[in-house]
Design a protein. Structure first.
Length: 224
């Protein structure tokens, strides 16, 4: 298991949007957790359910919900402490540099588009599922794909768990991110409750789409 702690890749400006996204996710999670209705209520109400998009039908317990809105609300919801801590850690480590490269407005657009592609990747792979999809991991996966293109040689300070061996080592971003992607593909073949195809779709979107932003900006890719 590899857990990123930080990257050796300083930014030129404060990552305002990345910090804002992290704060929003945490505040929304705490509100859901502490509300009288409870966390599961909001998951069922505001998560993205594949069945509703493939059958053009809203489930009976969500008749007052417009399914299209859940494409966005689901991106800011989490199911537990480990879920949100893991996602926010990845967003902090990798998001600030991608934001620094794209700029404020383009980073927001890129993040949201990655999240939408990730959600529909899950919908395509599970068209009849009536279970809600939640979490920022699809959008964050897009950020990881972009980071791989922009900063493949950046060093990632990583906590490594290998059986009984625990070490902190510096790993090239390319190795870390390709290993992460390989694990998503591996786990996708095993099934389970995690939306692995959302991760895969988001990552591939980020890896491919960031090139359009690079061309549009006419800037060189950073190598640190």
């Amino acid at each position: 298991m590899l857990i990123p702690l930080k990257d050796e890749n300083p930014t030129r400006s404060f990552p305002f949007i990345t910090v804002t996204f992290i704060a929003l996710n945490i505040l929304i999670f705490l509100y859901q957790l502490l509300s009288p209705e409870g966390l599961n209520y909001y998951v069922l109400r505001l998560g993205a359910i594949p069945y509703e998009f493939t059958h053009f039908k809203t489930l009976h317990f969500r008749q007052d919900i417009i399914p299209l809105t859940t494409l966005f609300t689901s991106m800011f919801m989490h199911g537990g402490f480990f879920h949100i801590i893991g996602n926010m850690l990845y967003l902090w480590v990798f998001g600030n540099n991608v934001e620094d490269f794209l700029g404020t407005l383009k980073f927001i657009l890129f993040y949201v588009l990655a999240g939408l592609v990730a959600t529909f990747s899950h919908v395509i792979s599970n068209p009849n599922s009536k279970y809600p999809l939640i979490g920022a991991s699809g959008a964050i996966a897009g950020v990881l794909g972009a980071y791989l293109v922009l900063f493949p040689y950046a060093r990632i300070r990583t906590l490594v768990f290998l059986f009984f061996l625990i070490r902190v080592v510096d790993i090239p971003a390319a190795f870390f991110l390709l290993f992460w992607f390989f694990m998503q593909v591996l786990y996708a073949g095993m099934g389970g409750e995690v939306a692995w195809f959302a991760h895969i779709g988001g990552f591939l979107f980020g890896f491919l789409a960031i090139r359009a932003f690079i061309k549009r900006r006419g800037r060189r890719i950073y190598y640190h």
